[in-house]
Structures are given as structure tokens and as C-alpha cells.
Design a protein around this ligand. Structure first.
Ligand code: HEM
Length: 207
């Protein structure tokens, strides 16, 4: 296994985040509506982890260090773990496990349908993230995993629907998402290794 310490560091740092939130909940430090705070934080955590996952390939191209891509799978799975917790927190704290309420909720908060589509997308990517699926699906695996950009768009739409009145924060997230999508465009992606060689060999490649 390559870069075991870096992988472990990523694991410990990310795992510490929900642990700390749990500690805050335990010490009544999550404000007047701790359940809702947890739902929001976990939703935002899912989105941020998706961003970090998608930043790994451009970072590798830019720096030439393969450790970035090696943690990509772990980061994607963390994003899925956060969305599972987000959905579970919603079911417990917002829905109160009252399934009869679900119909009313869907009419009151249609953005949940968009979130649910994102959840199903992340579920499909998580269950096929192993080597066996990679081998079985062959070329289709890459196509399937490109759906992560659609999931990102669904996550942003879901958030936009929620924060309609306050677009400032959302715009920042949308900008990051758009930049990550732009870095996927082959013409742009090709520039990244060139930037690396230019900065590494400024004499050979002046300008
Ligand atoms: C079945 C799946 C999902 C359900 C039921 C769900 C439900 C919710 C609910 C109830 C909220 C809080 C709304 C409010 O503040 O009034 C929320 C917020 C949020 N969710 Fe989800 N969600 C789901 C999936 C997702 C997915 C897949 C993502 C990201 C890819 C996501 C990202 C977010 C974000 C960013 C917020 C806003 C947090 C904030 O305002 O700080 N959610 N979601």
C-alpha cells in the first residue's frame, strides 16, 4: 500500500470532524436546535468533501505527486459516509422517524427530492468504488464515475433551493464547483502539467 501515513492522516483528520460535532452536541454547544445544526453541517460537509475529492486529480497534475490521487477513493467514500449521516440526522431530528410525515415533507420541501437523487448517485458510486467493480465494468466504470459532476450539480441545486434568500455563501460554493468542473475540460486539464514543468524549469521554459 502506497503512502500509508498520508492515508492515515486523511482518515484521522476527517473522522475527527463528526467526532468533534458529537462532542459539541454532548456539551450542548450546538445552539438552540442541535439536530438541525447537525443536518446542515453534515450536508455542507458532504459538499466540501466532494470538492476535495474532485480536487485530487488536478492537484496531482499540478504537483506531480501521486499521493493526492491515492486518497481520492477514501475521500469519495467519506463524502458518502457524510451524506448517509446527513440523511440519518434528517430522518431522526427533522422527521422524528415519523414516516407518515414524509409525504407532507416532500410537498413542503421539494429540494429533498433533489438531495435524494444526489444520495442515490453517491450510493451507486460508493458500491462500485472497489477493484472488483472496476474490473467488471471496464470502460463503463469511468463513465459511471463521471456522474460525480452531476451529483455535485445536484448538491449545489439542493443547497440553492434551501438558501435562496442568502446567495452570498452559495455563490462561493458554486464558483468552486464550476472551477472544478472547468478543470475537467481536456483543454484546461492539459495546461496543469505544463504549469508544473514551467515553474520547475523556469530557465528551460522562460516566460
Ligand atoms: C436524501 C437525501 C437528502 C436529504 C433528505 C437532505 C435533506 C436536507 C435538509 C433537510 C437540509 C436542511 C434544510 C434547511 O436548512 O432547512 C439539507 C441541507 C443541505 N444539504 Fe441535504 N439532503 C440530502 C442530500 C444531500 C446531498 C446529496 C448533498 C450534497 C451533495 C446535500 C447537501 C446539503 C447542503 C450543502 C445543505 C445546506 C447546509 C447549510 O445550509 O449549511 N444534501 N439537506
Amino acid at each position: 500500500m502506497r503512502y500509508p501515513l498520508f492515508r492515515l492522516l486523511v482518515f484521522v483528520v476527517i473522522a475527527a470532524v463528526p467526532m468533534y460535532w458529537l462532542y459539541e452536541a454532548w456539551t450542548f454547544a450546538l445552539g438552540p436546535d442541535p439536530g438541525k445544526t447537525l443536518v446542515d453541517r453534515l450536508g455542507l460537509g458532504t459538499l466540501i468533501l466532494l470538492f476535495i475529492t474532485l480536487a485530487m486529480t488536478p492537484l496531482q497534475k499540478l504537483t506531480g505527486w501521486s499521493g493526492w490521487v491515492i486518497t481520492r477513493r477514501q475521500l469519495g467514500l467519506w463524502s458518502f459516509a457524510f451524506v448517509v449521516l446527513h440523511l440519518s440526522a434528517y430522518c431522526v431530528f427533522v422527521l422524528g422517524l415519523d414516516w407518515a410525515q414524509l409525504g407532507v415533507e416532500l410537498r413542503k420541501r421539494p429540494y429533498i427530492i433533489v438531495g435524494a437523487l444526489g444520495f442515490l448517485g453517491l450510493l451507486a458510486l460508493a458500491v462500485t468504488s472497489n477493484r472488483y467493480s472496476q474490473r467488471r465494468l471496464g470502460r463503463r466504470w469511468k463513465k459511471l464515475h463521471r456522474a460525480v459532476y452531476g451529483i455535485l450539480a445536484l448538491g449545489l441545486l439542493h443547497m440553492l433551493w434551501i438558501v435562496r434568500a442568502d446567495l452570498k455563501e452559495w455563490s462561493l460554493y458554486a464558483l468552486i464547483g464550476a472551477a472544478l468542473m472547468l478543470l475537467r475540460v481536456p483543454a484546461v486539464a492539459k495546461l496543469l502539467p505544463r504549469i508544473r514543468t514551467k515553474t520547475a524549469n523556469p530557465v528551460i521554459n522562460p516566460q
